[in-house]
Design a protein around this ligand. Structure first.
Ligand SMILES: Nc1ncnc2c1ncn2[C@@H]1O[C@H](COP(=O)(O)OP(=O)(O)OP(=O)(O)O)[C@@H](O)[C@H]1O
Length: 660
């Protein structure tokens, strides 16, 4: 029976002597009097502040309202109350009865009667159906809150354990989703003291039982086969002998009874919640019935949680994609067009044109700084995949230990530090293109995995069991001589053949000197704009130096030289070089380079070369624009010139429509 110790009582009585008597009486019986109110209004203030466990109330009170009206409010607030009245008028009694009081005491009262009535009322209230419903309602709300909020699943398990304890007393709670996603992995929690918990999941159980996590992982699926229901006494014994996981769990933690409940969610997922007790008769059918009643709200909230986790994952992916896209936008603006009109570069353009639309792998070869990345982007931007993502991976910049997870992703726990699942660049590039820069630096073991992706078009995350289909176009680039690498055993021959379906060889800048004036002009405009100075052209002496230099760093080096010139220049006259360019012997290490030296020597030769280059460039662009000068995609727009300026340049260079 409920005990009086510490129970809060509110007395609602307008006769001072009666109220005082009651107060002394209840005080002796160890109740706590939270207040004495003489009107309904006063009573409501006490109720609001003190939250009494029970109210003793008179019917006739000070003020407009009677105790009966207060009783109706108390019923709504689920606070038990007992009438104390001298009023035995049948009409009033009927009215009072209709409020379903927990007792009715007639004045004058005996101490014993008051105390027994209060005890009975408190006991009945604690077990009344209404209270149960209310408690269950708050359980549902609390469950909803647990699953709605983001946060650590371990913490959620602790809360779940605490919530269920008053409804289904237990020693251990084991719950989770049976699925291949790690939305809510199987976790266990055991209460070891007041507000003290121990998490005993599969890892901890392995430690306690002496089995390895892998061994436990093998028998865990046995547990998923246990049907919903209570198992205790001899039934629990049978369950142990037929189910290896239950046997190990019960043996390690000394359990004698279980209550398992499986909840079928949408998309074929199952939420499993199970309770264990040390005693062998701890569970009742009403516990199972409670879980049945919670089924619907639990299903809805867990489904919602899964949906949220999915959204979180997608958002994360979008953030990652967005990061790449921003890089894309930045680089797109920076790169603009591929500048050059030399014969060798025209060959490259032709190849880009040929291969872009075909969904084949491309291997771009060339010394460092020759524009391999620019070509890769250009192929992607002209391909049917142009609206999808282009993901760049620099194989040389990643530590070998990370390349694999960077490319293929990893599952949570795949290695130390893999605290959550991460998708790799291949998955990220799905539907688009992956640009594997410096492919020659890829470790041999990974080359085998890459070959599999190329052949089977599927990847496997590190630590994962399933293969994931990916639709990715591969563009690889290297400044190494891959044939030599193959010969020396550093690159797989089969992979080389796979990648080398369509090779594009970028010429070294020293082998297409005629592009230097155009490039210098292009970078001069771009970089002067960047540093906020006008560009008035390149000084003739500077141009001779540029043309005579051998450019071991190729276009990247030229860009740097012009940038330096733009920075140090005063912005008043023609651009002069900020430093001297000294030719050193070119290392044969530069993959496909040759060292043909000797550019134009005299100013006249330079002028002629410049004009020739400009003529070729304009012709190339005119061809690209199908001979159109004006309008959208016309040659003037492509060259960023006014149509009239272009026409006068054409006239000066002797270009007529018949040349196109
Ligand atoms: N034809 C070109 N027209 C304009 N700019 C170019 C051209 N080729 C290269 N560049 C510029 O030169 C720089 C180097 O180019 P890119 O990074 O594409 O070279 P890469 O061959 O990929 O170099 P690495 O092998 O070192 O990665 C970039 O800033 C790029 O914009």
């Amino acid at each position: 029976m409920a005990t009086s110790i510490g129970q809060n009582v509110l007395i609602v009585e307008d006769e001072f002597i009666v109220a005082n008597d009651l107060e002394m009486m209840l005080d002796r019986a160890k109740y706590r009097i939270v207040g004495i109110a003489s009107s309904v209004q006063e009573a409501l203030v006490f109720i609001d502040k003190q939250k009494p466990d029970i109210v003793i109330l008179d019917i006739m009170l000070q003020g407009q309202q009677t105790g009966i009206e207060l009783a109706k409010m108390l019923a709504n607030m689920v606070i038990p109350f007992v009438y104390l009245s001298a009023n035995s008028n049948p009409g009033t009694l009927e009215e009072a009865k209709a409020t379903h009081p927990y007792g009715f005491l007639v004045k004058p009262f005996r101490e014993k009667d008051v105390l027994v009535t209060l005890q009975m009322a408190l006991y009945r209230h604690a077990h009344s159906l209404e209270t149960c419903i209310r408690k269950e309602q708050s359980l549902k709300i609390a469950l909803y809150d647990i699953f709605s909020q983001r946060g650590e699943w371990k913490q959620k398990m602790q809360e779940l354990n605490q919530l269920f304890d008053p409804f289904i007393p237990h020693d251990y709670l084991f719950a989770g989703l049976i699925n291949d996603q790690d939305v809510f992995p199987m976790l266990g929690v055991s209460q070891i003291g007041r507000d003290e918990y121990q998490h005993i999941g599969v890892t901890e159980l392995a430690g306690l039982s002496g089995f390895s996590v892998q061994e436990l992982g093998l028998i865990l699926p046995d547990f998923f086969l246990v049907n919903s229901g209570i198992c205790q006494g001899s039934d629990f014994g049978s369950l142990k002998s037929s189910n290896k996981f239950v046997d190990l769990l019960a043996g390690t933690l000394r359990f004698g009874a279980s209550l398992v409940y499986q909840l079928q969610l949408s998309q074929g997922l199952v939420f499993l919640i199970s309770f264990f007790r040390r005693q062998s008769d701890g569970f009742h059918t009403e516990h199972l019935a409670l879980l049945e009643r919670l089924k619907e709200p639990l299903m809805l909230t867990i489904d919602r949680r899964i949906a949220f986790e999915e959204i979180d994952k997608l958002r994360k992916r979008l953030e990652e994609e967005n990061h790449f896209l921003q890089e894309e936008v930045k680089t797109n603006i920076e790169y603009g067009e591929i500048v050059g009109a030399s014969k060798s570069l025209s060959e490259v353009f032709k190849k880009i044109e040929q291969v872009s639309a075909i969904d084949t792998s491309v291997l771009i070869l060339g010394e460092s700084g020759t524009g391999k990345e620019l070509v890769a982007r250009s192929i992607h931007n002209r391909s049917p995949r142009k609206n999808k993502i282009l993901v760049k991976v620099n194989c040389a910049a990643l530590p070998p230990s990370l390349i694999e997870s960077e490319l293929f992703g990893h599952e949570k726990g795949a290695f130390t530090g893999a605290i959550e699942r991460r998708i790799g660049k291949f998955e990220l590039a799905n539907g688009g293109t992956i640009f594997l820069d410096e492919i020659g630096e890829m470790p041999l073991e990974l080359q085998a995995r890459l070959l599999r992706v190329l052949q089977e078009k599927e990847i496997e995350r590190l630590g994962g069991k399933d293969c994931i289909k990916v639709d990715v176009r591969i563009i690889a680039a290297t400044n190494r001589d891959l044939e030599k690498e193959v010969g020396e055993g550093r690159f797989r021959l089969d992979l080389y053949y796979r990648l080398n379906v369509f090779p594009i060889l970028l010429p070294a800048l020293r082998d297409r000197k005629e592009d230097i004036p155009l490039l210098a002009d292009f970078f001069g405009k771009k970089l002067c704009r960047k540093v906020g100075k006008p560009f008035r052209g390149i000084d003739e002496r500077a141009m001779i130096d540029l043309l005579q230099y051998q450019w071991p760093g190729n276009i990247r080096e030229l860009e740097n030289v012009i940038e330096q010139a733009a920075i140090v220049g005063d912005g008043q006259g023609l651009l002069t070089l900020g430093r001297q360019l000294i030719n050193k012997a070119i290392e044969p290490g530069g993959a496909q380079g040759s060292t043909s030296g000797g550019g134009p020597k005299t100013l006249l030769e330079i002028k002629q070369l410049q004009q020739q280059t400009e003529r070729e460039h304009i012709l190339t662009v005119l061809k690209k624009a199908n001979g159109r000068i004006r309008g959208k995609n016309g040659a003037a727009e492509l060259l960023n010139l006014k149509p009239t300026t272009l026409e006068s340049r054409m006239e000066k260079l002797g270009i007529s429509r018949s040349n196109i």
